[in-house]
Every structure is written in C-alpha cells, then in structure tokens.
Design a protein around this ligand. Structure first.
Ligand code: BDR
Ligand code: CA
Length: 326
C-alpha cells in the first residue's frame, strides 16, 4: 500500500475549511490540526474543528490552538460569510473531545523537527506558520512544501487587491513567502472555480451518510450568506482546493511565478503581487511550466500559482469522500 502523504492542517473553520479537513483526513495522513483566529475567534474555530472530528468520528486527531490574532495588526473576522459561531448552519452539540494543551506553534516546530517530508496546508491567515518559522528558522529546510489557500494571481475578494487570509496578516504572509520553502498558492482566482450550486448540494444530500448531511447543511448556510454578503449564488469551497491539490495534483494547472506580498499600499495592503510576465511573452499553447528555455524577466519564482481547477474531478473526489465517512 502507498503511504499517505503526511500533512499538518492549519485552519480557521470555517465552512470551506471543514471541507478541506474532510478531504485531507480521509486521503492524507493528518498529523494534527492547528487553529488560528481568522474567520472567527480562536475559541470558536477550535471548537468547530473538534465538532468536525466528532461528525466524521476521528477523535484520534489532535487539535492544537494557536495564535488568536495577527502578528502585528488587529484581527479581522468574516461573520457575514461564516456566521457568529464561524461555522453556522449545522446544529451540533458542544464537542466532547478536547483540544490539546500544546500550543500550535510548539506542535508545528516539534513535528517538523522529528518528521521528514511533511506538507503544511494552511487555509487561514499565516500567523501560526510565520511564528513557527520565526521561532525555529531551521525548520524551513525540513518542510516539504506549503500548499496554502490565500492570495490571488488576479483580483482579491476582501478588497479589490487582497484576498481575506493574506489581508488579515500580510506580515505573516511576507515571512512565509520569503522563507525559501516551496510554496503552492491556491488563490481566489483559482478557488472561485470550485463553485457549488444547488444541484451539487442536492446530490450531496442524497448520499446516505451523516457526514454528507453535515456537508449539505454547511453548503446551505454558506450559499445563503454568500448571496447576501457578495451577490454570489454559489458556495465557493476555497479551502478544499488546497487539500485537493495535495491529494491529486492532476486536478490543478499551475505555473511557477514570483509572488511578493504588498505590506504598504494604501489600496493594496495584503495583495499577492504575482509576476508571471513569462507567460505573456510566449505562445499560450506551450506548456511553459517545464519549458527549458523559459526566461523569467523578474526575480526567480518562489511559488507555483494555481490557474485552473478540474472541477468535475474535484466533485468526484468530494462525493466519494462523503460516501466513505460515517
Ligand atoms: C478564505 O477566507 C476565509 O473566509 C475562507 O475560509 C477561506 O480560507 C477565502 O478568501
Ligand atoms: Ca479558511
């Protein structure tokens, strides 16, 4: 049997974080879940992570609470999309399983020191990851890759220029993108292709598992909230795309690019400034990702920016996953 890829999930559940967790826990070897204040308070997102583990009956996975706010600014939350609890919709009892006493940053540092080839999948502001790199810079060379949901190759969602996760803690994102760790960026230019309609929701509801019912209830709330807050008629499963990318890289088309984080701009703070000019000066039919003569006009790439999602393939993976849970 092929060994599952070892990962740490760093998240702020979060409707779409819940989908990332459900996918990752079934298809990858999740060493632990670290939480971070983002969509909602640290306390709420930690409780939400524990509730998800109870629904899918995986109380063996540890949940490690991390930072409650960004490195150097105030926390911004997103109740208009995720409700007051951070995961409104499904009615669930208070979780019986408890969070670990170890801080998320300690867990990340210790795990990376003792375990080879770990991928980190952050689906929230990058505060915990940046704090871990600041605490123990030597872990950078131990991380196989960071496959994150955040940023955008094109426009933002929280501001015209910035996506929410990067906007909340741009200083942390700056630290991560300049760490030398191979980065994969599932930005909103790409994750918005993961748009769940009512038809998908109805198909999920027909899957006879309590996890599928939970998933459909998450979608119901998220779809309505997205309608009211952003005039969107779909539920966009941003975070699930980062997990899916690690599970099956064939679902994603990406290109290498230099990505810098804007820290100062009056209108652009938190923007991921993506240099992919090399794509514009060549024949678009040529797959430039492995092109031997590809020349970068700016600085060398530090990331893979996702451009296209095989959405049909993604939905197949999601349906299968929901069928195989209790
Ligand atoms: C990101 O922001 C959060 O609200 C979602 O959970 C996702 O991680 C999308 O911009
Ligand atoms: Ca999230």
């Amino acid at each position: 049997m092929v060994e599952k890829q070892k990962v740490i999930m760093d998240c702020d559940p979060g409707h779409d974080d819940a989908f990332a967790l459900m996918l990752a826990i079934q298809h990858l070897d999740v060493l632990g879940i670290t939480t971070i204040g983002g969509n909602c308070s640290l306390e709420n997102v930690t409780a939400n992570a524990l509730k998800i583990l109870e629904v899918i009956e995986r109380p063996d996975i540890g949940v490690y609470p991390g930072h409650s706010r960004p490195l150097s600014s105030e926390l911004v939350t997103a109740p208009q999309f995720h409700g007051e609890s951070g995961m409104d919709g499904p009615v669930l009892p208070e979780p019986k399983i408890k969070a670990q006493n170890t801080h998320a940053v300690d867990f990340i540092v210790e795990t990376l020191k003792s375990t080879d080839d770990v991928i980190i999948i952050p689906t929230a502001p990058l505060t915990n990851i940046a704090a871990a790199l600041n605490r123990a810079p030597e872990i950078a060379s131990r991380i196989k890759e960071i496959c994150l949901m955040g940023g955008s190759v094109t426009f933002g969602n929280w501001t015209p220029a910035a996506e929410f996760n990067i906007f909340v803690d741009p200083e942390a994102a700056y630290r991560v993108f300049n760490s030398g760790v191979p980065i994969k960026m599932a930005g909103v230019n790409f994750t918005r292709q993961c748009a769940i309609t009512e038809t998908h929701r109805d198909r999920i509801m027909m899957i006879p598992t309590k996890t599928a019912k939970f998933a459909a209830e998450l979608i119901d709330f998220f779809m309505n909230a997205s309608k009211e807050a952003a005039y969107l008629s779909v539920a966009t499963l941003h975070d699930a795309c980062a997990a899916a990318w690690v599970i099956n890289s064939e679902l994603v088309t990406s290109v290498p690019m230099r990505i810098d984080i804007e820290l100062k701009g009056e209108y652009t703070r938190g923007m991921t400034v993506c240099d992919y000019r090399h794509l514009r000066c060549e024949d678009p039919e040529i797959d430039l990702s492995n092109h031997p003569t590809m020349k970068f006009r700016g600085r060398n790439p530090n990331a893979e920016g996702a451009l296209r999602l095989d959405f049909t393939g993604f939905m197949g993976l999601l349906y299968e996953t929901l069928r195989n849970y209790p």
